[in-house]
Design a protein around this ligand. Structure first.
Ligand code: PGA
Ligand code: ZN
Length: 442
């Protein structure tokens, strides 16, 4: 694509993410240009994700150092790419994937390969005189003008908090607006009103990993009891009303249950879910979601069932798939192979897109393309461990994906992505599009 890019230097180093754990940063140089990228890291990871290489040296950062991944970039990837010209992102990515030679990038680490891949996208855009979202749009053959509907995780549970709430993310979806900036403002105002409501109830307003509130609703430690999840939903609806917005026409709700985290196989080999003090089957979980959908303005449920529960997913899609968006995260792990399986089986109707689940920009774009061709929606997503890198903001616009999940209205690791989207909206001016509710249509 356009000018071949000659890489003059490639340098990796260890930097720190939003949870205080190390991650990989790579800087690439070409003539007087240079571009860097930092990879994120998940907590509720899917089993099928590409391997995030950690040192496991207990003497450094609780074993979570990434010096090996850094060394793989500096000693193995750099010698193979420095001095070479690349005309396309995919040629660089394919070369690294071949050099690694494993199914799941376990030799170099997906954190090593992805950092180089993302830095190259930035470098290439820069050299071509484009913004990153424009560079990604040319790679993707898309228009690159669609600002996403933000799915803002304003109440954190699961592995991102320690409040005993099983469901990991309670999101507000301000899709009933004409512009991204208006939708974002509405979401942020709801966040402030939720804070007031929690405060009045004497619940703590400290935040979880993704910047949403994370109070324990019941005293003591352990799992939240019957009805707690609905209490959270009702408080959020109250906050929407207090902020002066209409739930169900301007602002909707979404859940990421991340249910693999509270599921297990029972002695008959059936998947069971530990939920509010009971053991529920896939059908019972699906029935519960069905009831919630009828009672509350929920339009999207991610990982409602576990990553290995494909039969449960199939039945859930048949029951609920016409009414709402069913997003596969741990289920699909941004992997074209799993997405194809889902499409063939008629499982889910939406794919969560996380660069580091698959480990290269090229494969991420392929996952989005595959989903769109099958009429599945896509949601570009952060990880619970993030940094100041705002790549996903450009990716969601560049691919016209239409929806983004990048946390709440606090923590700079989350807000930095919203700020980048505001900059892109301003730069696009009258060309900027916001699909609003249509972003959820298939
Ligand atoms: P993770 O959470 O980054 O901890 O995997 C995000 C998600 O499950 O969507
Ligand atoms: Zn998820």
């Amino acid at each position: 694509m356009k000018n071949p890019i000659k890489i003059d230097h490639c340098i990796a180093s260890e930097v720190i993410d939003s949870r205080g754990f190390p991650t990989v940063e790579v800087t690439l140089h070409s003539q007087h240009y240079s571009a860097s990228a930092i990879v994120p890291s998940g907590a509720s990871t899917g089993e099928g994700e590409a391997l995030e290489l950690r040192d496991n040296d207990a003497k450094r950062y609780m074993g979570k150092g990434v010096l090996q991944a850094v060394s793989h970039v500096n000693k193995e990837i750099a010698p193979a790419i420095v001095g070479k010209e690349f005309v396309m992102q995919s040629i660089l990515d394919d070369l690294m994937i071949k050099l690694d030679g494993t199914e799941n990038k376990s030799k170099f680490g997906a954190n090593a390969i992805l950092a180089v891949s993302m830095a190259f996208s930035r470098l290439q855009a820069q050299i071509n005189g484009q913004k990153l979202y424009q560079g990604l749009a040319s790679q993707f053959s898309s228009q690159g003008i669609t600002l996403p509907v933000p799915m803002m995780n304003i109440f954190n549970g699961g592995k991102h908090a320690d409040n005993g709430i099983a469901i990991q993310e309670f999101m507000i979806i301000p899709s009933g607006f004409d512009r991204f900036s208006d939708a974002l403002r509405a979401g942020i105002e709801v966040f402030h009103h939720l804070k007031k409501i929690l405060h009045k109830k004497d619940l703590t307003t400290a935040v979880g990993d993704e910047g949403g509130f994370a109070p324990r609703l019941e005293p003591g430690v352990g799992e939240a009891g019957p009805g707690s999840h609905e209490r959270v939903i009702v408080m959020i609806l109250d906050a929407i009303m207090a902020a002066g917005y209409k739930a169900g026409s301007q602002i909707f709700l979404g859940l990421d249950c991340a249910s693999s985290e509270f599921s297990k196989k029972n002695s008959q080999g059936k998947v069971e879910y530990a939920f509010e003090g009971s053991q529920l089957s896939s059908d019972e979980m699906t029935a519960l979601y069905g009831k919630w959908i009828n009672n509350y303005p929920i339009i999207s449920i991610e990982d409602g069932l576990a990553e290995h529960d494909w039969d449960g997913w199939k039945a859930m899609t048949t029951k609920l798939g016409k009414q709402i968006q069913l997003v596969g995260d741990d289920l699909f792990v941004t992997n074209p192979q799993y997405i194809k399986k889902g499409i063939e089986m008629g499982v889910g109707n939406s794919v969560l897109i996380k660069l580091n689940q698959i480990g290269s920009v090229t494969e991420t774009l392929e996952a989005i393309r595959l989903a769109h061709h099958a009429n599945y929606t896509t949601v570009v997503s952060h990880r619970s461990g993030e940094t100041e890198d705002t790549f996903i903001a450009d990716l969601v616009v560049g691919s016209d994906a239409g929806q983004i999940k990048t946390g709440s209205a606090s923590r700079t690791d989350r807000v930095s992505k919203y700020n980048q989207l505001l900059r892109i909206e301003a730069a696009l001016g009258a060309k900027a599009q916001f699909k609003g509710k249509a972003a959820f249509k298939r």
